[in-house]
Design a protein around this ligand. Structure first.
Ligand SMILES: CC(=O)SCCNC(=O)CCNC(=O)[C@H](O)C(C)(C)COP(=O)(O)OP(=O)(O)OC[C@H]1O[C@@H](n2cnc3c(N)ncnc32)[C@H](O)[C@@H]1OP(=O)(O)O
Ligand SMILES: CC(C)C(=O)C(=O)O
Length: 512
């Protein structure tokens, strides 16, 4: 049996069916170009009959990409099929993907059609689609809840009409791996002309089994196309995650013995692009593309990784597009990881005793602070950690007002060495007003060189974590502050940065 697995990406069609993930035409074209770089075989670009916008997006993608097959979904009716064909006209290689539900529930309640009518409509759809292309995919929607005898009849007939790919969807994520794989295997055995089509899997993640079901469809069922999306985006709980299937294949090559054309180094860029465009954050512990997928926080693991990466990593971060793996220093880290980081930072301590003393201070700091950054370590070894954590400046309260058309202003009450000051200032925005207010009293001379904000948890009620990088007289420090109010988080970050700058200046010049 052929060992080439076709990767059919449906981020732009099923992925866009995630509530809240809709994309503009330009955004879809950007993603399609990235999918081409990733070297997917097929891009399902949308559902041409859904709207004029979707039609135009498919057309723009069909024009923009040359290598992958570009595909449009269409219901089993002439209007949808004609729209799909029209949208795909500019494509170098095109596919029409048509579908109709075959489960008793969907036929009776949703389509209000008898099985015979569904069978007839499926055949007519393939016959009509053949006017436009020879590359035709057919999906019996809700396949995993359909009756097998009826599926055999429908699929045999659509293949006879000219369908070249048979996709077996687990539309509602009801399947379990072994049964799903076995069903595909039996269908292929029972349908006399089954080898005239490529068999495909399309799984949803309602039970968290989409990837497992897809792989079972391939290994047990003999499917040679996997439909998947970047980050597992998709209707409800999502679809099969492309990155997980591809890396399972690459990592367990001896077991799967299958090849695909994906350039895995483009996986993380694709993941980041989809996340940024849709606004769907990738959970940190997501396989392959999560921020923690190659991060190590505990001492025993860090020690192992430093001795040989393979002790705790089954893939190389660089192979999927990360710049490197990450040793995260914190309270669970050990001496070896700490020493390694000192070396990377170019810090040479004179003796083991000094390293041990610094390590003890590091552990004390780590008990107070979730993640230890490089600058914390630099402060720590230069004896500044007490001052770094100390508070020359402290926020007492903040009020700010901003209104469309009005200049925002902020009132900040903060203390300098225990003495309270109140300052009011305006600015281009509320954060700028807050900084101006603090600076009107602190007069630090610091320059803000970077401002970034992250939601610590999803939702508008989440904490914002602000990082402000301040520079002064060649010194650069990061101040970090978190608060549900992002202006307050910014004020905390700014004052934390000033504290660090102050501690450095004070060390050089104790009378300050
Ligand atoms: C499992 C999947 O992911 S399937 C893809 C799901 N994606 C989408 O639905 C996104 C795009 N959809 C849309 O924009 C719209 O639903 C459209 C344009 C397709 C149809 O819109 P409308 O004509 O207003 O119909 P509406 O969505 O309300 O209902 C769907 C109709 O299609 C029929 N239908 C559903 N599937 C099929 C099919 N595969 N073939 C033929 N007809 C079908 C339904 O029975 C229903 O018909 P009815 O109006 O006679 O009751
Ligand atoms: C159209 C089909 C393939 C689909 O998206 C599903 O059944 O989930």
């Amino acid at each position: 049996m052929n060992n080439r697995l076709i990767i059919f990406d449906t981020t732009l069609r099923d992925g866009e069916q995630s509530p809240g993930a809709s994309m503009t035409r330009e955004e879809k074209v950007r993603i399609a170009r990235q999918l081409e770089k990733l070297r997917v075989d097929v891009i399902e670009a949308g559902f041409a009959a859904a709207s004029q916008g979707d039609f135009e997006a498919i057309r723009a993608i069909a024009t923009a990409v040359r290598e992958p097959v570009v595909c449009s979904l269409a219901r089993a009716n002439d209007r949808d099929l004609s729209r799909a064909a029209e949208a795909l006209e500019p494509a170098a290689r095109k596919r029409i993907h048509t579908f109709i539900a075959t489960s008793p529930l969907h036929m009776q309640v949703k389509l209000r059609m008898s099985p015979e009518q569904v069978l007839e409509q499926a055949k007519l759809a393939i016959r009509f689609a053949r006017n436009f292309t020879d590359d035709i995919e057919f999906s019996p929607e809700d396949g995993s809840r359909s009756e097998e005898d009826f599926l055999c009849r429908v699929l045999e007939n659509v293949i006879a009409e000219g369908a070249t790919t048979i996709n077996f969807p687990d539309t509602v994520g009801y399947a379990v791996p072994e049964l799903y794989g076995e069903t595909i295997r039996r269908l292929r055995e029972r349908i006399p002309n089954s080898d005239k089509a490529v068999w495909s899997v399309h799984c949803h993640n309602d039970l968290g089994l989409a990837v497992a079901n897809s792989l079972a469809g391939v290994m047990i069922g003999g499917a040679r196309q996997v439909e998947c999306t970047i980050n597992g985006l998709g209707e409800r709980a999502g679809n099969t995650a492309l990155e997980e299937v591809v890396m399972a294949l690459r990592t367990r090559g001896g077991y799967f013995n299958l090849e695909c054309g994906i350039d895995t180094t483009q996986i993380v860029p694709a993941s980041k692009m989809v996340s940024q465009i849709t606004g769907f954050a990738v959970q940190p512990n997501k396989a392959v593309v999560g921020a923690n997928a190659f991060a190590h926080a505990s001492g025993i693991h860090q020690d192992g990784i430093l001795k040989a990466r393979e002790t705790y990593e089954i893939m190389r971060a660089e192979d999927v597009g990360w710049t490197a793996n990450k040793i995260v220093l914190g309270k669970l880290s050990g001496r070896n990881a700490f020493k390694q980081r000192l070396q990377e930072l170019g810090i040479e301590l004179d003796s083991e005793a000094e390293i041990n003393a610094a390590f003890t201070r590091f552990k004390e700091l780590a008990d107070r602070k979730a993640e230890i950054f490089d600058e914390d370590i630099m402060a720590l070894v230069s004896g500044e950690e007490a001052a770094a954590g100390g508070e020359h400046y402290r926020l007492v309260s903040l009020a700010q007002r901003s209104e469309t058309g009005e200049l925002p202003f902020a009132t900040v009450v903060f203390s300098i060495d225990g003495v309270e000051h109140s300052a009011v200032a305006t600015g281009d925005g509320p954060v700028d007003a807050m900084v101006n207010a603090i600076e009107s009293k602190a007069q630090s001379g610091a320059e803000l060189v970077l401002f970034s904000i992250n939601g610590i948890s999803p939702g508008t009620q989440s904490q914002g974590e602000v990082t402000m990088r301040l520079a002064h007289s060649g010194r650069i420090v990061n101040g970090v502050g978190a608060d549900p109010d992002i202006v307050v988080a910014s004020a905390k970050a700014y004052l934390a940065g000033l504290n660090k700058l102050h501690s450095k200046i004070e060390k050089l010049n104790p009378q300050v």
